[in-house]
Design a protein around this ligand. Structure first.
Ligand SMILES: NC(=O)c1ccc[n+]([C@@H]2O[C@H](COP(=O)([O-])OP(=O)(O)OC[C@H]3O[C@@H](n4cnc5c(N)ncnc54)[C@H](O)[C@@H]3O)[C@@H](O)[C@H]2O)c1
Length: 344
């Protein structure tokens, strides 16, 4: 089956998904919508330029020829979509997803699903009611490094998890304000929290500290640029995540980002492209070349084609739980109190 795909939000991450989708023969991206005039057209140009760059000399690169819609409601009414990618900033979520679900359209939603737990619960309930395929872009869950980490742990109980999201300030202006980005834990280290819960299960309560130390004079910057959060898991295990955005501009690439897991006589360090397993005096280190996001996109399209929500590793319902944990962490960092995690 050819899966007819639409995209809402034609910014940076949309380009990544679009290039991935062009590599999946069963996916046909037919529509793109963005509120900013010219954004969707610019996105299409960027994707096709990247296709030209990536093409081997003998190949005719697959082109993106999607129709552009200024209004997502017209897109949902006219484009005959099977699936919608939601790539808008996190505060612009809710109405689009509910409208898509009402039309029976499967959803692939960028993390964090929203900044509002009530909205997330409403969307999750609608998806459940319609038994639709959903995926949230916590792509690290699709990394082969993570599969190998699980094999190395071999079911051993994890005593402690340490996570690191250490980098700079992403370019998008909405990232710097709590009202539009939610803060670094909610927006970015949400990947770390999500992966931790995939290894250790539910979190019951958190306590956190945060500070704004370096970016105080940046206009509109009202989130912490440095923080730590401690997590108590229902299993009795404990975790801690350090975040900072003071290390440079743009991205976390090259900075130590990842998850460290500690079990009896075993230490595992894992993230999207690397794995280190330390047992006794033996250290096994591996690097991986595959793109976890490509794997996530392929799995989503496959699940939509088969109408099988259970095939997806990153369903919307799990992401609601991750949002509840990160919002509790932000609240704790602001109030200085221990916060019980709300039920997803
Ligand atoms: N999974 C990942 O690793 C990853 C990486 C980057 C970004 N993201 C997530 O993707 C989302 C978008 O990030 P980005 O970097 O692409 O942002 P961006 O600012 O580059 O792009 C967002 C686009 O959405 C459009 N937009 C805003 N409000 C809209 C609305 N109501 N309707 C339609 N379009 C609207 C903007 O005009 C812009 O073109 C965020 O949630 C971010 O956290 C995830």
């Amino acid at each position: 089956m050819t899966v007819r795909v639409g995209i809402i939000g034609a910014g940076g991450v949309a380009v990544t998904h679009l290039v991935n989708l062009l590599r999946i023969p069963e996916a046909d991206v037919v529509a793109i919508s963005d509120v900013a005039p010219g954004a969707a057209e610019a996105c299409i140009r960027r994707v096709n330029a990247q296709q030209d760059l990536n093409a081997r000399p003998a190949d005719e690169p697959r082109r993106l020829r999607a129709r552009v819609y200024a209004d997502y409601r017209s897109m949902l009414a006219e484009a005959g979509l099977h699936a919608l990618y939601v790539c808008t900033p996190p505060a612009a979520r809710g109405a689009v997803e509910l409208a898509a679900v009402a039309e029976g359209v499967a959803l692939c939603v960028e993390k964090p699903v929203t900044l509002d737990l009530g909205v997330a619960r409403e969307v999750a309930a609608a998806i459940r009611q319609q038994n639709l395929v959903s995926s949230v872009c916590y792509q690290v869950r699709y990394a082969r490094a993570v599969d190998d980490a699980r094999r190395a742990l071999d079911g051993r109980p994890i005593a402690m998890a340490l996570g690191y999201m250490l980098g700079g300030v992403p370019a998008a202006p909405w990232w710097r304000a709590r009202s539009t980005g939610g803060g670094q834990l909610v927006e970015q280290a949400t990947h770390t929290v999500d992966l931790m819960t995939s290894f250790l299960g539910d979190v019951e309560r958190v306590y956190a500290a945060g500070a704004l130390r370096v970016h105080r004079d940046v206009p509109g910057f009202d989130i912490h640029d440095t923080g730590v959060v401690t997590l108590h898991f229902a299993s009795g295990a404990i975790g801690s995540i350090a975040t900072t955005a003071v290390l440079g501009s743009g991205s976390t690439a090259g900075f130590p980002t990842g998850l460290h897991l500690f079990a009896a006589d075993l230490r595992v360090e894992v993230w999207g492209a690397s794995l280190k397993v330390v047992t006794g005096d033996r250290t096994d280190e591996r690097r991986y070349g595959e793109s976890p996001m490509q794997a996530l996109d392929a799995d989503f399209i496959d699940a939509v084609g088969r109408r099988d929500p259970a095939r997806v590793r990153t369903p919307y319902a799990d992401a609601v739980r991750t949002l509840a944990i990160t919002l509790a962490g932000e609240e704790s960092a602001r109030t200085g109190r221990v916060v019980e995690v709300a039920r997803a």
